[in-house]
Design a protein around this ligand. Structure first.
Ligand code: DQA
Length: 151
């Protein structure tokens, strides 16, 4: 089965973008980390990034169909700044009935107050915050532990 790792706006700039906050690893490094982590526990990774809210919504809906078909376990989702603005992404997660682990590289609660509220968290199955890019590996393992056991 597959795990979708979905990245929102500006995460394509990882490594160059505010390295003091987000670190030196690039999105390609994160993809390698995700594939290695998933392979160890028997899952494949579908790794995507988009700067566009609608593309993220389409990906969540597609993942929801994959969950129903038994092909997808769930989604590790870093929604970037849409975390703090997007009712549409909240609704997409609810509507698609897809298990989502909301993941943030930085500890959003230790930053500006506009980052303290998440529209995603009430729709998420779990949340990983503040572990740097290792959070993606933690989220993959958490998703597999929570939902990956055979029925
Ligand atoms: C982020 C935190 C968000 O507040 C920010 O807009 C991002 C990245 C993180 O991974 O720490 O783009 O989601």
């Amino acid at each position: 089965r597959k795990i979708l790792v979905l990245n929102g706006p500006n995460l394509n700039l990882l490594g160059q973008r505010e390295p003091g906050v987000y670190g030196a690893a690039t999105l390609a490094d994160v993809e390698t980390l995700c594939r290695d982590t998933a392979a160890k526990i028997g899952f494949e990774i579908d790794f995507r990034q988009s700067n566009h809210e609608g593309v993220l919504i389409d990906a969540l809906q597609e993942a929801g169909r994959g969950v129903k078909a038994g092909e997808v376990l769930g989604v590790v989702f870093n929604p970037g700044a849409y975390t703090h603005t997007s009712v549409a992404l909240h609704d997409a997660i609810k509507g698609a009935e897809v298990p989502v682990i909301e993941t943030h590289i930085s500890n959003v609660h230790a930053r500006e107050s506009f980052r303290h509220h998440s529209y995603i968290s009430p729709a998420a199955a779990g949340i990983v915050v503040g572990f740097g890019v290792d959070g993606y590996a933690i989220a993959i393992e958490g998703l597999a532990r929570k939902f990956g056991r055979p029925a």
